[in-house]
Write a protein that binds this ligand. Structure first.
Ligand SMILES: [Zn+2]
Ligand SMILES: [Zn+2]
Length: 139
C-alpha cells in the first residue's frame, strides 16, 4: 500500500510504501511540544520504504527525553512537523500519523512515556504500555 503524509498547507509531502513497522502513541513532553496536543502518534517505516519527499523541509534537531538526538523535518511555510529520524531508531523514519489524514490508519500497538501522560487520557488495555521508553521506540 502506498500512502502520503503532508503538512497543513500541503507544500511538504512524504510518500511511503508498505505497512508501518509499528505505530506508537507517545506522551513525552517533547511530543507534547511538537504537536501542541497532549500526546503524539508516530508511525515508523524503514528508510527504504520512503519513496520520495516533495517540497521543502526545514530541519530541527532536538535531544529527546531518552537523550537521543532527533532530527525533525517541518514545513517552513505552515510549521507542521511531518517526519523525523531518531538516533535510537537507526534506518527508520517516523511520520506523524495525523499527517496522513486517514482515520483508518493502523492503530498503535503501544504507548510510551505514560509517566508524563495527562490524567484524563486513557489507552486501550490491549496496547503495550511503558512509563518511559522501554520499547525504545519513542521519537
Ligand atoms: Zn506546510
Ligand atoms: Zn515522544
Amino acid at each position: 500500500m502506498q500512502r502520503s503524509a503532508s503538512c497543513s498547507c500541503g507544500q511538504l509531502t512524504i510518500n511511503v510504501s508498505g505497512e508501518p513497522g509499528f505505530v506508537v502513541a507517545c506522551n513525552c513532553l517533547k511530543c507534547q511540544k511538537r504537536t501542541g496536543s497532549v500526546f503524539g502518534v508516530s508511525a515508523y517505516f524503514e528508510d527504504t520504504q520512503v519513496d520520495s519527499v516533495t517540497g521543502n523541509a526545514t530541519l530541527f534537531e532536538k535531544v529527546s527525553d531518552s537523550g537521543n538526538l532527533s532530527k525533525r523535518h517541518f514545513c517552513p511555510e505552515c510549521g507542521t512537523t511531518v517526519y523525523w529520524q531518531g538516533a535510537s531508531l537507526p534506518d527508520k523514519t517516523g511520520i506523524a500519523v495525523g499527517c496522513f489524514s486517514d482515520p483508518n490508519f493502523p492503530e498503535p500497538e503501544m504507548v510510551v512515556w505514560t509517566s508524563s501522560k495527562h490524567g484524563w487520557v486513557t489507552y486501550p488495555d490491549a496496547w503495550l504500555s511503558s512509563d518511559t521508553q522501554e520499547f525504545d521506540r519513542s521519537s
